[in-house]
Design a protein around this ligand. Structure first.
Ligand SMILES: [Zn+2]
Length: 223
């Protein structure tokens, strides 16, 4: 029998994670400098032929990817490994179904603690609606994570930037949040249909602030 130090166990866990992720065809794995042994799957929504919504010249798939990469860096700095489902502006399949199944395969193989899918909201009939909102599937395992994440984002981001601290996590029928046994949420990082949210999301400093708040919350909730 070989006894491994906690650090060695963490390093071994990361190696297993890397092997699993690469065999599943994951696009990128960010290696933390000082590993906690924890891992998160980040899923930048849409990509390629599926651009998501486009408002005011801002294409959701591109901004999702930018936000996802920022979140990956923030998690990496906290010693949390990241598996990305995509790293370029491409779809993972020729149809919506095959694209989603490819993402599910990566999630299934990643051996991570949770899944965070990054999207942007749009509600053109009510352009005053804004803020960061967390979604989960009520048949999946994301409810507790969604509530904990939403309350922290209300305190750190929504209260400071749009005067709201009462946004509630929203249940829905969401494939990506129920395609595995992992606690899984979608973070809708703001409303593209709201000019103020669009302006904020265009700022690198705000994207870093938002993703830092998500990473702090995940670090607190996972460790
Ligand atoms: Zn979307």
């Amino acid at each position: 029998m070989v006894f491994l130090s906690r650090k060695a166990v963490a390093a071994a866990a990361v190696i297993v994670l890397l092997a699993a992720a690469f065999s599943a065809g994951a696009w990128a794995v960010f290696m933390p400098a000082e590993s906690t042994g924890l891992a998160v799957v980040i899923d930048p929504g849409h990509g390629g032929w599926d651009g998501g919504v486009t408002v005011g010249g801002v294409k959701e798939s591109e901004l999702n990817l930018e936000l996802a990469k920022t979140l990956a860096r923030e998690l990496e700095q906290r010693g949390i490994a990241v598996v990305m489902t995509r790293e370029e502006d491409v779809a993972l399949g020729e149809t919506k179904r095959s694209d989603m199944e490819a993402r599910a395969n990566i999630i299934e193989s990643a051996r991570a603690e949770c899944v965070v899918s990054i999207h942007l909201n749009s509600f053109p009939s009510q352009p005053s609606r804004r803020g960061v909102q967390v979604f989960y599937d009520d048949t999946g395992r994301g409810g507790a994570l969604a509530s904990a994440l939403q309350s922290r984002l209300n305190a750190r981001i929504n209260a400071a930037h749009c005067g709201r601290s009462d946004l509630q996590p929203q249940p829905g029928d969401l494939y990506i949040t129920k395609c595995s046994d992992l606690p899984s949420v979608i973070v809708e990082c703001g409303f593209l249909s709201n000019a103020d949210d669009r302006r904020l999301l265009g700022q690198k400093s705000y994207r870093k602030e938002l993703c830092g708040a998500i990473a702090d919350a995940l670090e607190e909730l996972l460790t």
